[in-house]
Design a protein around this ligand. Sequence first.
Ligand code: ATP
Ligand code: MG
Length: 354
Amino acid sequence: MKDIILTGDRPTGSLHLGHYVGSLKNRVTLQNTDKYDQFVMIADIQALTDNANNPEKIRANLLEVMLDYLAAGLDPEKTTIFVQSQIPALFELPMYYSNLVTMSRLERNPTVKNEIKLRGFERNLPVGFMTYPISQAADITAFKAKYVPVGDDQLPMLEQAREIVSSFNRIYNCEVLVEPEAILPENHGCSRLVGTDGNAKMSKSLGNCIYLKDDEKTLKQKIMSMYTDPLHINVSDPGHIEGNTVFAYLDAFATDADVSALLPEYAGLDEMKEHYKRGGLGDMKCKKLLNSVMQELLRPIRERREEFAKDRGYLLDSLSKGSAKAREVSDKTLGEVRAAIGINYFSGSLKLHL
Ligand code: ATP
Ligand code: MG
């Protein structure tokens, strides 16, 4: 049997470059190796945990995310793409798992802590949001996923999922659940891509994104107004690479061959960085290089997106078929989970103790 992969995205907006380099690109590579059974989930219920009063936003973005998947190269014939809300096991499993997790453990999760702060929830924190790591553990384990390609913000979630798996298997004396591992992008700068404003993470919620669907003009505008080095005022001033968004993106997206093809005076990115640090290399030139690289990367994705957008029926049909398959696989795990706990009363195994 092939190892299983599961990941997903919240349909709170269309997908951006952070998703692409953090996870989506890896998924396409893994899909095409033919070595794995891959499941990709549109996490609409997780999106409701902080958007309960705005379900329209989630409806509006469901097919947007599907389009981004297809445009980036996911193929429903090779990867099972499904919608979380259509899979009943994903609601039942968290009920069992939540008894294995303490409140203080949930409160310690650094990603959740950070997201609570970001959203300003304070006392009005929805219970569903607080417990979403448990629901995420259900998403992963329902498919017995061994690998989860994600950005590094998700590492605490995987840690939590592993703890749940090990508690479950120990308490119910079974080997039903599989401990998942993260697959992080090879390039370090990609596991948490900074926002165009220099903020530590490109995120839909922070409004600092370059979207896969951005047109040529929008992409150029976003690059031209990127945060660089506030101390690099004149071209001749020495510049800083650390914290400079343009160089963070060049690190993530440009190869040495790109640099030397477009700016032949440099053998590669390191030489260019040295020049910037010494002084004498202007931000505009760096941004133009980045723009060329990004336009090359995003053009084919955008074109494929436009093609797929012509066929709404195909998108819905693929999601519906994917969801049916995901239901089948996860129901099987759910049956095993119920049997391990011993609540499969009507399977003929219950005895009378007289
Ligand atoms: P939201 O603000 O609604 O939470 P988001 O932009 O954080 O949206 P998610 O849907 O939460 O996106 O994340 C989906 C996947 O993309 C996760 O695997 C996450 O690690 C990855 N990801 C998101 N943003 C980035 C980023 N800036 N760099 C690398 N990976 C990222
Ligand atoms: Mg997020």
